[in-house]
Design a protein around this ligand. Sequence first.
Ligand code: NAD
Length: 352
Amino acid sequence: MTILVTGGAGFIGSNFVLDWFKSSDEPVVNLDALTYAGNLENLASLQGDARHVFVKGDICDRALIDHLLAEHQPRAIVHFAAESHVDRSIHGPGAFMRTNVEGTFTLLEAARAYWSALQGEAKSGFRFHHVSTDEVYGSLKPQDPPFAETHAYEPNSPYSASKAASDHLVRAWHHTYGLPVVTTNCSNNYGPYHFPEKLIPLMIVNALAGKPLPVYGDGQQIRDWLYVTDHCSGIRAVLAGGTLGETYNIGGWNEKANIDIVKTVCALLDELRPDPAGPYARLITYVTDRPGHDRRYAIDARKIERDLGWRPAETFETGIRKTVQWYLANEAWVANVQSGGYRDWVSQQYGA
Ligand SMILES: NC(=O)c1ccc[n+]([C@@H]2O[C@H](COP(=O)([O-])OP(=O)(O)OC[C@H]3O[C@@H](n4cnc5c(N)ncnc54)[C@H](O)[C@@H]3O)[C@@H](O)[C@H]2O)c1
């Protein structure tokens, strides 16, 4: 038994792979193009571990995917690979259409050909698990109920539109071809190995460097936050027990305004690494809002709890403390990301 993971050198994918081996010896074939967001250093602890096969490659490369499926005969594909940063999607949407839409299409077609040729239990047990986001549902007003799985798709950014498109493809491949798919739509993740362009790690690394902490607009944008290993356990639950063709929302029941997230990070740093120059909150700087910035996301995660018994293990308070502690304990990882040195990490570790 083997699973094929795409995007397993990114933030959530690498956490998923590391977490997978804590409870399973089932091998993982990890296909990742190592864009700026892919960092093999996240998987350094798996060096020499025969359960983990890393393949540098593109999900748009049909021949490569056909080859990997034929060679490794996975029982499931867990699809994380994506362009994932909203700000980058505003400046350059093309890469998002290519990877998130064309890449998912390519993977679905390869999976369909592979699955069609399987027999018996290998065929009935096969799963294509598509990892998606709550951003496909658009923006909520303050009094609106949280997003349920039945909420209309109303994506507002090039990123969320490309993810919405990929969700629709996955749905259609199930409806039309019977491909055994499940989709999860998750809220904002945070935790170890998060690239410091996203809110929480950016605030931690900027604060430690004494740099301004940029907060968009009035800082009152609300997101639901989930500790990354809780996302991983939710994916494992849906992969194991989700109903084919269904979607499951995964969230942490933690609605927080961005400004409150930043203040929480500052308070934790004041406690754990006090700055002689004064409280870190002095560095908060309001900047011009992101165009089309969604106001509020919130997840109704009752379905995954009711059907599969999943609930997050971390509260926001425990998760954010662990996260800040991780960044304080892993300053070399941060320095390597910031210097671009992580790109040389593979050749440093493995030789040319
Ligand atoms: N980060 C979040 O808060 C969040 C929340 C919900 C859902 N998601 C979804 O989870 C998935 C993973 O998100 P993340 O935050 O880990 O993203 P990330 O940007 O940290 O990682 C993406 C990974 O995909 C790889 N990749 C990109 N293009 C590729 C291609 N063409 N072929 C192969 N690999 C490619 C990158 O190298 C990187 O390792 C995405 O699908 C994202 O939409 C993310």
